[in-house]
Design a protein around this ligand. Structure first.
Ligand SMILES: Nc1nc2c(ncn2[C@@H]2O[C@H](COP(=O)(O)OP(=O)(O)OP(=O)(O)O)[C@@H](O)[C@H]2O)c(=O)[nH]1
Ligand SMILES: [Mg+2]
Length: 396
């Protein structure tokens, strides 16, 4: 299942007690030394506590998981072994369970609609259209699905409702699979893989960063998180807590600092530390606020100035429960900073999982991950076949 990123190195996993000592074999790329450093940059290692007194959200109190994480990962990760079948099955059943709301909204409604129907007529297609739209497939995607179905019925390629249901499933899978770009992220040949994470307020950016960093750490990568959300109170601490939980280093400055300088200084401080992955958290912002989008452009420029090629991934986090608004968020963020990948969160909390199909159909931007819960391992690499299998499953 580890198809979610292409690795550059054969690395052995890091020791539990990771420190920020200089590594003489660093592969960090050259940087442009043309801007003065800002106030002292705080670097906290994953193994040292930051704000112990800070109140943890329930999902952050994960002592047992944290202990599990404390075990060093012992396998080389160059060629991941195929996963054992039982684990795959349990992953799939968890995905089904997590998508239950969406499934009951779309698939069960389709089943009920087709129950006892012998022929495909206009009424049936009209009702199907309504179900698809309310499941957040969007007007464009729904229209093309229904138009295809009508055409197939006319050509007598589809005669009974069961065949229509199978054709619908196939068409949805095609839409998802045909989104051209591969879902896996490709790390650069040298230097760290820098990911800039963006999105509107509260969509799950920081949580997704924590979960994603956890995946990287588990696969033996040395990870640094940069806390460039200096706007929201406690945003820095939230990232530091994640860093501690998953054993990743965190670079931060105080709340209110200029996010571009935090990143500039952070990348400077990360020099020669041999990080494989650097993930930058940014403040939530409304896609319609021009000045905030300008700030994001600046952040991206600064990153690139400091480290050629960075950011290698600009990841937009979308909250699946916001439905069609996610589509306009994707458009505007893409216009500003050229999104290279999507993470779709909170699919466990929505009856409108059709947004996945809609996004794949309307954008040429790959979905990297789907968030199906608040726990550390509730971030799945997006696998179209697995998703459709789970989505269309009628068993629990
Ligand atoms: N159910 C569920 N909740 C999620 C998921 N991802 C994130 N959340 C929750 O969404 C809430 C907001 O998450 P954050 O990660 O703080 O969101 P953010 O985008 O960083 O927020 P700002 O920094 O304020 O813009 C938290 O309560 C998360 O636990 C998910 O996949 N499923
Ligand atoms: Mg955040």
């Amino acid at each position: 299942m580890l198809g979610w990123f292409k690795k550059k190195l054969l690395k052995t996993p890091p020791p539990v007690d990771s420190t920020l000592d200089d590594d003489p074999q660093s592969t960090a790329p050259a940087t442009i030394e043309d801007e003065p450093l800002q106030p002292p940059t705080e670097i906290s290692t994953g193994s040292t506590s930051t704000k112990d007194e800070l109140e943890l959200k329930p999902e952050q109190e994960l002592a047992p998981e944290a202990e599990t994480l404390a075990e060093p990962v012992s396998e080389s990760v160059s060629e991941p072994d195929p996963e054992p079948e039982p684990q795959k099955n349990s992953m799939l059943s968890r995905l089904k369970e997590r998508l239950a709301k969406s499934r009951s909204s779309l698939i069960q409604r389709v089943d009920t609609l087709f129950l006892g129907k012998k022929i495909i007529d206009d009424d049936l297609l009209d009702e199907l259209e309504e179900i698809l739209i309310t499941a957040d497939l969007g007007i464009t995607t729904t229209s093309s699905l229904i138009d295809n179905a009508r055409a197939q019925v006319k050509r007598k390629e589809l005669s009974d409702p069961q065949a229509l249901k199978e054709a619908l499933r196939q068409q949805l899978l095609d839409y998802i699979l045909n989104s051209e770009k591969p879902a896996e992220m490709v790390m650069p040949a040298t230097g760290p893989f820098v990911i800039m994470v963006v999105g509107v307020n509260g969509v799950g950016k920081t949580t997704t960063i924590g979960k994603m960093a956890h995946k990287f750490v588990q696969s033996g990568q040395k990870v640094l998180l940069i806390a460039a959300d200096t706007f929201r109170a406690a945003a820095v601490e939230q990232l530091q807590i994640w860093g501690k939980r998953i054993n990743a280093d965190v670079i931060a400055q105080k709340s209110g600092a200029d996010p571009s300088s935090v990143i500039f200084d952070g990348l400077e401080a990360a020099k020669n530390k041999d990080y494989d992955v650097i993930i930058v958290d940014t403040a939530g912002r409304l896609h319609t606020k021009v000045n905030l989008m300008e700030e994001l452009k600046k952040i991206k420029r600064v990153m690139n100035k400091k480290m050629a090629g960075a950011p290698h991934e600009v990841m937009l986090v979308l909250d699946a429960t916001t439905g069609q608004n996610g589509i306009s968020q994707a458009k505007l963020f893409n216009d500003a900073v050229e999104i290279t990948g999507l993470a779709l969160t909170k699919l466990d909390g929505t009856a409108k999982g059709g947004i996945v199909v809609n996004i794949c159909h309307e954008f040429n931007i790959p979905i990297r991950f789907i968030g199906i819960g608040e726990q550390m391992d509730d971030l799945r690499d997006f696998d179209a076949n697995e998703f459709v299998e789970a989505f269309f499953s009628t068993e629990n």
